[in-house]
Ligand binder design. Structure first.
Ligand SMILES: O=C(O)CCC(=O)C(=O)O
Length: 247
């Protein structure tokens, strides 16, 4: 049975991402959320103190078996392989545990981030660390304007097209003019949702954490899969960017 409808596959191809609800069971999420709390260095009983956070960066529990279970004991890899191809993928990184702390602003003051970044092509100068497809899992409820994973739809196509004729070192250049200003970026889309909501996203998507103008902490985990043969195929930029995908 297919996990994605034809419309969802079409949405993924056109926009570079697709969102599915109830993919990860709450029984797996709840213990993982406890691990977030163990490590965020915040007083759980004092929400007023959460504004501004908290321990920064990916939490150490990114590697914890309980947190990894939210990837390993779920259909996430199989679902990604429905898009990329059966038995094509391996885990590139496990469950980076990413809190986004409240900013202290109200939803009325919320704005999306002005821009995002690309992973693998542009984060580290002079090196590429590509992957194939990623999943961002909402570990707890993420309300709109609450720091949800944010994407710039369609940027995967612009970046892919640019790489056909340019170095793959910095894909952000495909989204900038000659002066380095953002060039006609699409409107950002934030992906809130209940626990277990997953955003599946293409490797060449501009993305970012959102701005959290809610009182709750945004808790999400990001994992990336790469093709088993990525080392041989990473420079391959087919005219049809889906040539080597299953969709
Ligand atoms: O935390 C988020 O929502 C964004 C994560 C991100 O930017 C990344 O994994 O590269």
């Amino acid at each position: 049975m297919n996990s994605f409808s034809e419309d969802e596959v079409e949405h993924f191809k056109e926009n570079g991402f697709v969102v599915k609800h109830d993919v990860v069971d709450r029984d797996l999420l709840e213990p993982a959320v406890e691990k977030f709390w163990d490590e965020m260095e915040l007083d759980r009983d004092d929400p007023a103190s959460w504004s501004g956070g908290g321990r920064k960066g990916n939490l150490p529990c990114s590697q914890d078996p309980v947190v990894r279970a939210t990837l390993l004991d779920t259909p996430l890899q199989d679902m990604c392989e429905e898009l990329v191809g059966k038995d094509t993928l391996q885990i590139n990184n496990y469950t980076f545990a990413k809190p986004v702390y409240p900013t202290g602003k109200t939803p009325d003051e919320w704005e999306p981030p002005e821009h995002g970044h690309l992973d693998g092509h542009g984060l580290v100068d002079g090196s590429v660390q590509p992957f194939t497809i990623a999943v961002t899992v909402n570990m707890a409820e993420v309300k709109p304007k609450g720091g949800g994973f944010t994407v710039w739809p369609g940027t995967h196509k612009r970046v892919h097209e640019y790489f056909r004729n340019h170095s793959i070192l910095n894909g952000l250049k495909s989204l900038q003019d000659e002066q380095g200003n953002w060039d006609s970026l699409p409107e950002a889309v934030e992906n809130p949702g209940p626990p277990g909501t997953v955003t599946f996203w293409h490797n060449k998507m501009m993305h970012s954490a959102g701005n959290n103008c809610r009182p709750d902490i945004r808790m999400a985990c990001v994992s990336r899969f790469s093709r088993k043969n990525l080392i041989d195929t990473q420079f391959e930029m087919y005219e049809d960017m889906w040539e080597d995908w299953a969709i």
